[in-house]
Each structure stands twice: as structure tokens, then as C-alpha cells.
Design a protein around this ligand. Structure first.
Ligand SMILES: Nc1nc2c(ncn2[C@@H]2O[C@H](COP(=O)(O)OP(=O)(O)OP(=O)(O)O)[C@@H](O)[C@H]2O)c(=O)[nH]1
Ligand SMILES: [Mg+2]
Length: 528
């Protein structure tokens, strides 16, 4: 029922062309491959699947709540934090527990609308949770909350891998009403792995990105099945920015947010080219401000605190312990609650705001906290990287699945037919973006070795939607853009012919064509 509205919804022309390819090929391939193609088609018409991944307790669920604008995912402790939860759009709010054998059980929400933290069932039999919510954000993004990577809890890591590497149970969860889904199209393991996996990744890191976080990201990539994560479909956030000690970051001038920004830049260099960006955020404050967690009672308590003597106030802010135990008019319980919702940094921010303007309403205070959380920055990157590119990301993921399915079939004739059809598709100018995404992934994953400056150029051309940004010349006059595009087209063509390895040459041809198409587009614009 829940998926009726999104059933035939494709993200754009690229997805449509891949869907078309699947449909046309279906009668020409084995029943098994055809079943895989049906699954690819089904995924193509569903919203972009974004997995939120990262180390244990990095604040993934808190951030998911902030993004959805509702405190629904259990945070901190409890069994359910060890489960994958898929948040998707539905017409009625509903949470289902999905077992490994495919059976499901509807879970009641807790008072306050959360998913219960603990379950009254045999945990070992549980595959994952499906949450259907009438939430606008989920109309074009399905958000997958995952248990922490790098945790010692091997069972949850295995669960995550199984789920993201296998679509079996999810399929039931999404369109159980689809009658033709039964029997012969039950996918075997190989096909399932070829199709499954999240299409995009939001990677949550905290201050201490360790050297092996690169590795954690790579491990996650492996779990997203046949797909490589790269700057096209992966972004990172530096969460818990409020807990950074600015003194530990040179150049921060004692400012937490400045320190966070500097650290995020440093981490971007470490995680490059796996992710597009590292954006600092304070998930906890974002969650409280965005999900109704921050109440007018909290605002009143903060107002009382803002009237405390300056010296006392500074002393209280030294640590959470002192803050809660210091003798003052605001009850201890209230202070504990404030800490849980805002932590010391948020509390200080709110009190500063109230001191600057004692007439600040609870609503205005909430907005000020939201601003301080940096959530808007994450939202706009999500829009720019995921939402705007959903068509390309989904189409590229689908093509990778189609290729993997053909490979898994073991029939050379079938493999050739699929291969030929893909080549025909990619040769069309309107599908060139897919070829470019593929080339970009080859370069950023290191599969094709490129000199640093050329790799940067491929990244720029391949991962931007705007022509000015693609050329690295945003805001420049039209004729300059046009001349530059033509010059680079020529350069990449000669690089393709001379002075390149065969693998580099293939990439160079694609980049040449990209510049040429940009030039054509610019010419058409100036002509009209
Ligand atoms: N100070 C601070 N605490 C945060 C922030 N984000 C999350 N937390 C706290 O960190 C703890 C863990 O948060 P979760 O959202 O459960 O983290 P998680 O990554 O989902 O944890 P697992 O699913 O168990 O791996 C909770 O106590 C949160 O309140 C933040 O931005 N600042
Ligand atoms: Mg969690």
C-alpha cells in the first residue's frame, strides 16, 4: 500500500533509459537474469537509497532523526541501535520488524513516537526494521540507518552487510501487494548481491578520524555490493562538532565552529577522493531543534539560567558534572534534560542568545539553535550531491547491477547481448553523463591511475551539474567558458591518442566528449 504512490516514479531521463534497456532485454535473457532485471526496475522507480554509515556511537541515528525532523530512531543504547532500519515514505506511519525467514511483525511506536529501543522477540532471528513514515523528506530519499561500523559487535556488522548486500527481505517489505513478485523470480544469492546495496552513502565521522577510517569506508563500500562509493554518491559529516576542543586545532582562535571547519577540511583531505565533502554538524542540537525535542519549558529553564551571575555561570559550564550538581534554582532534573538535549555547547549558545536579547521567544531560540547546529549546511549538500544527481546515481547503480547480472549468468551469448545493448545506450549523447560518472568512479577509486591534476579535473567535470562549476570557471563570461571547453576538449583528445595508457585513453575519450558536449551546449545557448 505504501509504495503505490512511488511505483512508477523514475528519477529522470537517465533512469528512464536504463529502465527501458531492462525492459527490452528481459525477453532475451534467462529467467534468472530477467528476475534480476525486474528487481533493478523496481529499485529504479523507488527513491534514492542513502545509507547513513560510520563508527559505533558516532551519532548516526541522532542525525537521521534530525534529517527526518522527528525523534524516531532509538539513540544511545538498546537492541534496536544494533539493527539496520530503513526509513521510507508511506501513507501511514508504521514500523515493521522483518525476520530472516521473511515474516514480519508490526511494532507499536513508543509513547512519544519512537521506535522501541528493545524488542520482545528472539533478536537472533531479526533481519532489520522497516519504518514507513508520512514524511516529506522521505518522498525522494530512503534513509537507511546502520549500526556502527568498526564495532566489536560482529553480529550487527554481519547484519548490515547481509542487508545491504542482499535485498531478499527488503523486497517483501516494500511491495508485498505486487502479485507477480512470487515464485520464479526469487533471486539467488549472486543476483541479489548484484542488485542490492545502497546507492549513496552519508558517512558520519567524529573528531578522531583514525587512519583506518579510510578502511572503514572501503569496508562499507564493499557492503554496498557491486558499487563503489565516490564523490558522486558519498558525502561525510564531521559530527559532534560541539565536543571539539578548539585549543587542539591550530588557527581556530578558540572558536569551536572555526575549529570544526578546519578539522573538517583536514579530514576531507584524508578521506579524499572517497567522499565529496566533509561538513561539520552538531547532530544533537539539530535533532533537538528540528524534532520538537526542544520545548518551551526548556526555553524557560534556559531563561532562568541566563540570569545567573557571570562567574557562577562560567563555573557551571566547566563540566557536565558541575553543571548538574551546582546549587541553583533550576531543578537538577531539568538541567540533566537540557544536557541530554543540547549538551554544554548548546546550553551556552542558548544562554548567550538570551543574554543578548532577553525577549527572545522560545521559537526564536529554537531557530537560533538550529542555525548553530549546521544542519542547513548538511541539507544543502544532500540536495546538491544526492537529490540533484539522483537520476545519474540511480541509473549508474542500475547499469552496474545489469552488468553484474549478465556476468553472473554464465552464458557468454547473454553477456554479449547485454554488453552490446549497454554500449548502444551509452553512445547516445543524452546518456553520456552515465559514461562520465563511470569514468569518474574509475579514476577516484584508483582503478585507473591518473596524474593528480588530471584526476582533479575529471572529478570537477564529472561531479558538477553546473557548466561554470564543471569548467572551474563559475561566473565567467559565456565566450570564455566556450573557448575553454573547446580548448580542453582538444587537449583531452590528443591525450587520448598520445601519451596515455589504454585505460587512461578510455577515460580521456570520455572526458574529451564531455567537454565537447559542454561546448555544443554553450554554442546552442548563445545561438538562441
Ligand atoms: N555532544 C554531542 N553528542 C551527540 C551528538 N550527536 C549524537 N550525540 C550523542 O552520542 C550518543 C550516540 O548517538 P547515536 O545517534 O545513538 O549514535 P549512533 O552512531 O547511531 O550509535 P550506534 O547506532 O549505536 O552505532 C548519544 O548519546 C547522542 O546523544 C552531537 O552532535 N553532540
Ligand atoms: Mg544508531
Amino acid at each position: 500500500m505504501s509504495s503505490a504512490t512511488e511505483q512508477q516514479h523514475l528519477a529522470g531521463p537517465l533512469s528512464a533509459s536504463v529502465a527501458n534497456l531492462c525492459q527490452r532485454l528481459q525477453p532475451q535473457v534467462s529467467a534468472r537474469t530477467a528476475a534480476g532485471f525486474r528487481e533493478v526496475l523496481r529499485r529504479l522507480s523507488a527513491p534514492l537509497q542513502v545509507a547513513v554509515a560510520g563508527r559505533i556511537k558516532s551519532g548516526k541515528s541522532t542525525l537521521v532523526n534530525a534529517l527526518i525532523g522527528r525523534r524516531i530512531a532509538p539513540t544511545d543504547v538498546g537492541e534496536c541501535t544494533r539493527l539496520v532500519t530503513r526509513f521510507q515514505y508511506g501513507t501511514v506511519d508504521r514500523v515493521e520488524l522483518v525476520f530472516f525467514d521473511g515474516t514480519k511483525q508490526v511494532l507499536p511506536f513508543e509513547v512519544g513516537g519512537m521506535i522501541p529501543a528493545d524488542l520482545d522477540v528472539d533478536f537472533d532471528k531479526v533481519s532489520h526494521l522497516e519504518a514507513y513514515l508520512t514524511n516529506a523528506v522521505l518522498r525522494d530519499l530512503t534513509v537507511i540507518d546502520t549500526p556502527g561500523l568498526g564495532s566489536l559487535d560482529l553480529a550487527s556488522v554481519k547484519r548490515t552487510e547481509q542487508l545491504l548486500g542482499a535485498a531478499k527481505h527488503r523486497k517483501d517489505g516494500e511491495d508485498g501487494e505486487d502479485g507477480e513478485e512470487d515464485g520464479d523470480d526469487e533471486l539467488d544469492e549472486t543476483s541479489r548481491n548484484a542488485v542490492a546495496g545502497a546507492e549513496a552513502v552519508l558517512y558520519v565521522v567524529t573528531q578522531g578520524v583514525r587512519a583506518d577510517d579510510q578502511q572503514a569506508l572501503a569496508a562499507f563500500t564493499a557492503a554496498t555490493a557491486s558499487r563503489e562509493a565516490g564523490p558522486v554518491n558519498a558525502i561525510a559529516v564531521l559530527n559532534k562538532a560541539d565536543t571539539i576542543t578548539p585549543e587542539s586545532v591550530t588557527g581556530s582562535d578558540g572558536d569551536v565552529w572555526k575549529a570544526a571547519t578546519l578539522l573538517a577540511e583536514k579530514q576531507a583531505a584524508t578521506l579524499k577522493p572517497r567522499v565529496a565533502d566533509v561538513i561539520p554538524v552538531i547532530g544533537l542540537i539539530a535533532e533537538s531543534a528540528e524534532s520538537g525535542g526542544f520545548t518551551s519549558a526548556d526555553a524557560d529553564a534556559l531563561r532562568s539560567l541566563s540570569q545567573l551571575d557571570d562567574a557562577i555561570w562560567e563555573t557551571m559550564l566547566i563540566s557536565a558534572d558541575i553543571f548538574t550538581t551546582w546549587e541553583c534554582d533550576v531543578p537538577t532534573g531539568t538541567r540533566v534534560r537540557l544536557l541530554e538535549k543540547l549538551d554544554l555547547f548548546g546550553i551556552r549558545h542558548a544562554v548567550d542568545a538570551l543574554r543578548a536579547d532577553p525577549d527572545l521567544t522560545a521559537g526564536a531560540l529554537r531557530r537560533s539553535l538550529l542555525d548553530a547546529s549546521g544542519l542547513a549546511g548538511v541539507r544543502s549538500r544532500l540536495d546538491a550531491v544526492f537529490r540533484a544527481r539522483a537520476d545519474g546515481i540511480k541509473a549508474a547503480a542500475a547499469l552496474a547491477s545489469v552488468t553484474a547480472l549478465a556476468h553472473a549468468s554464465g552464458d557468454p551469448g547473454e553477456r554479449q547481448r547485454v554488453h552490446d545493448a549497454i554500449e548502444v545506450l551509452l553512445a547516445k549523447p543524452e546518456a553520456h553523463q552515465l559514461r562520465l560518472l563511470e569514468a569518474l568512479t574509475l579514476v577516484t577509486s584508483g582503478a585507473v591511475d591518473m596524474p593528480e591534476d588530471l584526476a582533479v579535473e575529471v572529478l570537477r567535470v564529472g561531479s558538477n551539474a553546473d557548466i561554470g562549476e564543471q569548467l572551474g570557471m563559475k561566473g565567467r563570461p559565456h565566450n570564455e567558458l566556450s573557448a575553454y571547453a573547446l580548448e580542453r576538449a582538444g587537449w583531452w583528445r590528443s591525450f587520448a591518442s598520445f601519451g596515455a595508457t589504454p585505460a587512461q585513453s578510455r577515460v580521456a575519450h570520455v572526458v574529451h566528449r564531455a567537454y565537447f558536449l559542454i561546448w555544443q551546449q554553450l554554442k546552442a545557448q548563445s545561438g538562441s
